[in-house]
Design a protein around this ligand. Structure first.
Ligand code: C2G
Length: 128
C-alpha cells in the first residue's frame, strides 16, 4: 500500500484544497493529512476562521482523505513519515523546495496551486 502525506491548515475549505487532495491521493493508495492545530497556526502566524475540530470535520467529508493527524510543529514530518511508513510527501508548489530535506525519507512532490482561490480571498469577500 503506497502511503501519501500532506499538511496544512485547510481553513475555509475550498476547491483549491480539493484539487490538491485529489492529486495527492492519486499518487498512492492511502492519504494522511497532517492538520495544523490552532496552536501551531499561531506559530505559522495564521489565525484560522474555523477551529481544529471544524476543519477536521470538513476534511473528514472528503473521500480522498483516509486519515487525519494533528500537525503541532514544523519538525514532526520526519517522524510522521517514518512512523506511518509514508512513501510520498506532497505540498502545493508555494512550498517548492522548502521540504527537500525529506527526500532522504520519501518521495517529495510539489503540485501546482489552484489559482485565484485562497482562504484569505474568501475572508475578504465575507467582510464585504
Ligand atoms: N493549496 C492549493 N491551491 C490553493 C490553496 C491551497 O493547492 N489555491 C494547497 C497548499 O499549497 C497546501 C494545501 O492546499 O499544500 C493546504 O493549504 P493551506 O491550508 O494554506 O496550508 P499551509 O498553511 O500552507 O500549511 O507544514 C506545512 C504547513 O502546515 C502548510
Amino acid at each position: 500500500m503506497k502511503k501519501v502525506i500532506t499538511y496544512g491548515t485547510f481553513d475555509l475549505f475550498h476547491y483549491g484544497h480539493i484539487n490538491l487532495l485529489e492529486r495527492a491521493k492519486a499518487l498512492g493508495d492511502y492519504l494522511i493529512v497532517g492538520l495544523s492545530t490552532d496552536e501551531f497556526n499561531e506559530e505559522k502566524g495564521k489565525i484560522s476562521t474555523f477551529k481544529y475540530e471544524e476543519r477536521e470535520k470538513h476534511l473528514k467529508a472528503i473521500k480522498y482523505v483516509d486519515e487525519i493527524i494533528p500537525e503541532n510543529s514544523w519538525d514532526q514530518k520526519i517522524d510522521d513519515i517514518k512512523n506511518n511508513k509514508v512513501d510520498v510527501f506532497v505540498m502545493g508548489d508555494d512550498w517548492k523546495g522548502k521540504f527537500d530535506f525529506l527526500k532522504e525519507y520519501c518521495e517529495v512532490v510539489y503540485l501546482p496551486r489552484t489559482p485565484e482561490i485562497s482562504s484569505t480571498i474568501i475572508k475578504e469577500v465575507q467582510k464585504k
